[in-house]
Design a protein around this ligand. Sequence first.
Ligand code: NAD
Length: 330
Amino acid sequence: MPREVKVAIVGCGGIASAHAERLRKIEGVTLKAFVDIDESRAKSFVERFGGKHYNTVESLLKNESIDAIYVTTPPFARGEEIIAIEKGIATFFEKPVALTMEKAKEILSVVRKSGIINSVGYMWRYLDTSSIAKEEIRKNGPTALVIGQYIDPFWFPPKHWWLYKDKGGGQVVEQSTHVFDLARYLEGDVSWVYAEIDNLIAKNFIYQDMTSEDSSAVVLRFKSKAIGVIVSSCVSQNTFSGTFLRFITREAVVEHFCHAKTLRIYGNNRIQEIRSNVDPYFEEDKVFIEAVRTGDINNIKSDFEDATKTLGVTIAANEAARTGRAISVE
Ligand SMILES: NC(=O)c1ccc[n+]([C@@H]2O[C@H](COP(=O)([O-])OP(=O)(O)OC[C@H]3O[C@@H](n4cnc5c(N)ncnc54)[C@H](O)[C@@H]3O)[C@@H](O)[C@H]2O)c1
């Protein structure tokens, strides 16, 4: 029997449920506690998964001895986990790591100082097709163009935090951040960005008080010199989800379909298609728990420091759209 890892989850919503379902399948994991400002949500998790419920991280730490926390609160609520990090508790953060670079850097300095095991929920990095894509791009490069897309139908109920930019961060910071992160993982860091980001339809036809954007196009220049463009939209209700990254390299075109978990490699007049059976959420949870157990961080594919760079790219895109200028990435 592997050593027990005692876990608490802070923020009992949609993605917390996805992690809890997977964590309970990992041998040796005990779901000890659930924290939510909304007591009914924390209680409903206790009914499903056992353990105790609390309404603050402070009360959790006073009453429980835990090895790891999952921070699955919305972006505007980040930072409350700092007192747990200071105590040396391993932390899994959902993306984006914060709403602003200032908050991300504040948390990052505590993460560095405490030296905790940490991981961030950019789950697509854990697809086996992502590792194959990385190798194919390296082998067939250099890359000239990176073309990305995040199209998802509008599903948000009235007053959902995502609708408000000061709560969720807006489209590129919260939603298509996954595509920006995977582009960084596969092609490397970004030097500067230019962007057009707007709310073209949803504000007029769905919710008038919405402040997050519904459509965007971001041009990126990678440090590798490759040119990129990532387009996103969530306007078309009852249509389809389509997320991909396409790399045009010297010897091959590599197409990585993210939600569809399919990789297509075009080269030498042949098309090779590879499908993934991996559940990337389960993989990232297993890797994080194993790192907590052993102290070995080698299999963690996204840590807080790296994920802060992805936040930097998306914040720079917002700044570019606001000012109408190209913005260099921190
Ligand atoms: N990796 C992914 O595929 C993925 C998918 C969905 C969401 N997410 C991310 O996960 C985070 C949560 O998203 P969600 O869709 O699960 O949100 P949600 O609204 O479903 O759940 C958030 C929960 O946090 C609670 N909460 C809010 N403030 C709190 C606080 N100060 N202390 C404790 N609890 C608090 C809310 O009451 C709610 O129960 C977001 O950062 C989002 O971007 C990631």
